[in-house]
Design a protein around this ligand. Structure first.
Ligand code: ZN
Ligand code: ZN
Ligand code: FE
Length: 754
């Protein structure tokens, strides 16, 4: 007889989502005990499986979905009635290995409870650099293969002492099944080395601290890789780091001891504050205060700063006796992948660091710190890494084959379609070097191992010479290619599971177009099956090809050639022309007329660079996007008048704007006016097309939308409802693979062969 929930029910429940490494099984155990349920819970490759029997079954199932542990997320919760079996109690069973279909547990920052323990001189983990619990600590970065259990992590090399074992097996303990559990007796050990790898005697933390206080540079082994660290208020130390790393001006992230200290250097909003202190503790780009003692070398010419708080117990220990903020930047060679092994630091960065604070817990999977910013309360993901990657998106239907999307070239990342999931990897780095290409292949191997699959379809960028494209070709499986900017639009559609026709704006650096030109200022009507390019920036010449990408003055000059004759240009008063000698202008004009080494581009990113030159902001770049960043700091939101532009047959012509800028540039306050009006102009271009297709959702994608001033205006104008911008996945090339995958999923049939 079934009367509501009061009869002895017997069910089997399969839970999918982020349910491993987040204290989910102990949570199930506690709820089972509370509701008098018997049965068991087990990690399986398909998710967490629960067999439950008892009169309070319904209340138990409700509780499971309501009071989730902080970092858990349920994507699906499938209940099946089943035959009762003679259980005597409720237990946590050993995991089952095999083909996976579950979200990977993500690394989280040190939790408050552990923080209090490590601060307590009476606690046995007082000042312990590897303290963790079911709520915090390493996960993906130490995982060799799912499901997530200690024997499949790099913690398997450490045998638990009896005290740790007691906590691990006690359901009432905070560390019940905390897989990386350890203590000073049984866990990993710190060591301090000089830059040639010789161990230095003494307390490793004290040695590191004294080096930092003396203005030296150290490498520190963190969660997903090494950091390079030095005193952020010491001009000499920061310049020395830049000199040794050959990193001229690209901003460096700064780690602060506490939120209070962070706020003496920055002006942050409430949204930014909660993101900075949240469980992940990513790098958040915020407004820097002026007149602090921070070295101007940290982020020259821009008014924003990448900031974060110590997220491992080890980072936190450094700040016990250090009262200045620290530079904490990924240890790598230029834009190559982050380094994870001590010997790599010695061999490749031995000439950059003075000392190495390391330990013997192996990093299995490399992961950079995530970098995010907040615009109008919305997150914009700039680099997806620790705490956010790998990112899983559940699909409505199961895939009949596994698909691997290999992404683009810069900010490389890969994406895997398997069963009912799309999984996007974290930031890999810029491809094209031996190390980066190797790491790219290793990331793919990791994905294949994690999910035990052999992809039968590869999808890559249209660009024929990208290393990612060549890798896909070499697999000798079915291989599709996809246009880069269409992939940007699809990436956003994937994040929001959009299937309908959309109005897409892909404003980007560079990508290979269907016509062989360089695209990047594209307006398209798109769905998951194809696109029509209904608008684009009128192509302009990149004088000198790659040289023009480093020197915006060359792009600006080619825009001037479009609007003025040579004699007029030689007489112009403009920061662009002043950056050349007259004979250089004549030579480049000849190049422009004859179309020598001058590829045509419709890239919005390159237009930003050109305006940065015309407005006198910068003439040659130290890193990509620098022009836009510098202009951003001049934008005044109260200026709302766009420059002139025309659209004829979809061709967006900005020659009126070029002349207006020339007219303004000698005036007082010209930078503020030019930067502001340019951003309003880009918004007006989007508005122009949005008005033409009022019924279509607006979808954006591409590196240009990393520009805060632009995003601010777009969110303000379009708000909720019709406007879609990525929040969980990178808005730049870091999610090209996701777009490629989304296309492949919608355009392969079961009988396509494999
Ligand atoms: Zn904890
Ligand atoms: Zn122990
Ligand atoms: Fe792109």
């Amino acid at each position: 007889m079934s009367v509501g929930s009061s009869y002895n029910q017997s069910v089997s429940i399969l839970v999918k989502g982020i349910v491993q490494g987040v204290g989910f099984r102990p949570f199930v155990y506690r709820e089972a005990k509370r509701h008098g349920i018997i049965g068991y819970v087990i990690n399986t490759p398909d998710g967490v499986l629960i067999e439950a029997q008892g009169v309070q079954c319904k209340a138990f199932m409700d509780a499971l979905q309501k009071n989730l542990p902080e970092h858990a997320r349920i994507d699906s919760f499938v209940i099946l009635e089943c035959e009762p079996i003679d259980y005597s109690d409720f237990e946590i069973r050993e995991s089952i290995e095999g083909e996976g279909n579950i979200a990977i547990p993500l690394d989280t920052a040190l939790c408050l409870a552990c923080q209090e323990e490590m601060d307590d001189p009476q606690n046995r983990r007082y000042r312990y650099p590897f303290i963790n619990c079911t709520d915090c600590g390493p996960r993906y970065t130490i995982l060799q293969i799912p499901p997530y259990d200690r024997v499949r992590t790099s913690m398997k090399h450490f045998t638990m002492c009896s005290e740790c074992e007691t906590e691990y097996t006690d359901p009432s303990s905070r560390r019940y099944h905390a897989e990386p559990i350890s203590c000073p007796q049984c866990g990993p050990q710190l060591k301090f080395l000089d830059n040639s790898g010789h161990a230095i005697k003494g307390d490793p933390i004290e040695l590191a601290v004294s080096m930092l206080k003396a203005g030296k540079i150290i490498a520190l082994k963190g969660l997903g890789g090494f950091h390079l660290m030095c005193n952020a208020t010491d001009d000499l130390a920061v310049s020395e780091l830049r000199r040794r790393k050959h990193r001229k001006a690209k901003p460096l992230a700064v780690m602060f001891a506490t939120l209070e200290q962070l706020e003496t250097y920055t002006d942050i909003t409430d949204d930014e504050r909660s993101l900075i202190t949240a469980a992940v503790k990513p790098i958040v780009i915020v407004k820097a205060k002026v007149g602090t003692n921070l070295s101007p070398q940290v982020a020259a010419l821009i008014d924003r700063l990448g900031v974060f708080l110590p997220y491992t117990p080890l980072h936190r220990l450094l700040f016990e006796t250090i009262d200045f903020p620290l530079i904490a930047t990924s240890a790598n060679v230029s834009d190559e992948p982050i380094l994870i092994r001590t010997d790599e630091i010695i061999n490749r960065l031995g000439n950059v660091v003075d000392g190495i604070l390391s330990h013997d817990r192996t990093i299995v999977n490399a992961l950079d710190d995530s970098v995010v910013q907040i615009v109008q309360g919305k997150m914009v993901m700039l680099r997806m890494g620790r705490g956010f990657a790998p990112h899983t998106i559940a699909l409505a239907d199961s895939l009949s084959r596994s698909i691997l999307a290999v992404g683009a070239h810069q900010k490389s990342a890969v994406a895997l379609g398997v069963k009912q999931n799309m999984i996007l990897s974290g930031h890999i780095g810029d491809l094209g070097s031996v190390e980066a290409d190797n790491y790219f292949e290793r990331s793919i191997q990791t994905f294949k191992r994690f999910y035990d699959i052999k992809p039968s379809l590869y999808i890559s960028d249209l660009h024929p010479t990208y290393s990612s494209t060549r890798y896909a070709l070499a697999q000798k499986k079915r291989h599709d290619t996809l246009q880069h900017h269409y992939a940007h639009i699809l990436a956003c559609m994937a994040e929001y599971s959009l299937n309908e026709k959309v109005l897409g704006f892909a404003f980007d650096g560079t990508g290979y177009g269907d016509d062989g030109n360089l695209w990047g200022g594209e307006v398209m009507i798109a769905d998951t099956h194809g696109y029509e390019r209904i608008g684009f920036l009128k192509p302009f010449a990149l004088l000198g090809g790659d040289k023009a990408i480093k020197e915006p003055r060359r792009i600006a000059l080619s825009l001037l050639f479009e609007s003025y004759c040579l004699d007029e240009i030689l007489d112009l008063k403009s920061p662009t022309t002043e950056a050349f000698l007259p004979h250089e202008i004549r030579m480049l004009h000849h190049m422009w007329v004859k179309k020598l080494n001058s590829p045509m581009s419709s890239s919005m990113g390159r237009l930003f660079d050109a305006v940065a030159s015309l407005g006198g902001f910068i003439q040659s770049l130290d890193f990509e996007g620098q022009g836009g960043m510098i202009m951003e700091s001049f934008v005044d939101d109260s200026i709302t008048q766009p420059f002139g532009f025309t659209v004829l047959n979809g061709v967006i012509d900005l020659s009126i704007m070029v002349k207006q800028i020339i007219g303004l540039v000698t005036k007082r306050d010209s930078k503020r006016i030019i930067a502001s009006r340019f951003i309003v102009t880009v918004e007006a271009i989007i508005q122009f097309f949005a008005t033409m297709y009022p019924e279509l959702p607006i979808v954006i994608g591409g590196g240009v939308f990393q520009n805060r001033a632009l995003m601010n205006r777009l969110y303000y104008r379009f708000g909720e409802g019709r406007f879609y911008a990525q929040q969980q996945t990178p808005i730049n090339d870091g999610s090209i693979a996701l777009g490629q995958l989304y296309y492949a999923i919608h355009n392969t049939k079961e009988d396509d062969g494999s």
